[in-house]
Design a binder for this molecule. Structure first.
Ligand code: IPE
Ligand code: IPE
Ligand code: MG
Length: 238
């Protein structure tokens, strides 16, 4: 019989969904749901450090989320700034390296400057955890950018057509993670909503019914323990 994998995942990705419905359920504004969601992020980061996860990649705002009401987008922009101000000291203490990726320029200078500050403050040589936050990110847009980037370098003769491989594709992706071992989506929907399409090729995917603000440390630990029980075959006959 195939053996359990028996290890915690190295690279975890999370689609943090359900803030809006959590707010509705609690008769609060959507922005309050997003705010509560930041508290969950803090808890999940703590567990990730404790359990020696290598990287945690969080989907915070998708390319498609620009279609939401202006007021919600503004609340999210302000929340990014507040969360960085609040959490950078704690992240530094825990030796967590922060990186943001996606079309960050769409967020404007105020957010971009805060992101630069957060990244430079947490730029550890030997971080305990890499915390990657996807903002204005879409997997299809990323693939398009990868194709354009590689094509431009081929035209400039910096890359030979025959040398294009999976490693080069990863290098051209804006996502700072090569492959995801465990992908969790909260909020009950069973879809990937354009998150890390290339990198989730062999991810174990767990769909959790709880809304993101209700997702607790114990829920995350349960996911990590369930991951240990999975037999990861990667196409082989074990
Ligand atoms: C996820 O929560 C956070 C973002 C997309 C910014 P939602 O805001 O999508 O929550 P629901 O899905 O409406 O409940
Ligand atoms: C996915 O959630 C994006 C983030 C969690 C940032 P959405 O709420 O935007 O996805 P859909 O609309 O349910 O696919
Ligand atoms: Mg949603």
């Amino acid at each position: 019989m195939a053996k359990n994998n028996n290890k915690f995942p190295k690279n975890v990705g999370i689609i943090m969904d359900g803030n809006g419905r959590w707010a509705l359920k609690n008769s609060l504004q959507v922005s309050q749901g997003h705010k509560k969601g930041v508290d969950t992020v803090r808890e999940i980061v703590e567990v990730s450090v404790e359990k020696k996860i290598k990287s945690l990649t969080l989907y915070a705002f998708s390319s498609e989320n620009w279609q939401r009401p202006k007021s919600e987008i503004n609340a999210i922009k302000n929340l990014v700034i507040d969360a960085i101000n609040d959490q950078v000291p704690e992240l530094k203490e825990q030796r967590v390296q922060l990186k943001f990726f996606g079309h960050l320029e769409e967020f404007g200078n105020k957010v971009i400057n805060k992101i630069k500050y957060a990244e430079s403050e947490t730029n550890f040589e030997d971080p305990k955890l890499n915390l990657n936050i996807a903002l204005s990110y879409g997997g299809q847009q990323d693939i398009l950018d990868i194709v354009k980037g590689i094509a431009a370098d081929v035209l400039d003769k910096k890359i030979n057509l025959k040398d294009i491989d999976q490693k080069i594709i990863s290098e051209f992706s804006c996502a700072p993670v090569e492959s995801i071992d465990l992908l969790i989506r909260t909020g009950g929907d069973k879809r990937v909503s354009n998150f890390l399409l290339y990198q989730i090729a062999y991810a174990e995917i767990m769909f959790i019914d709880k809304f993101w603000p209700d997702f607790k440390k114990t829920d995350f630990i349960e996911c990590l323990n369930n991951f240990k029980k999975v037999s990861r075959r990667f196409g082989k006959r074990l």
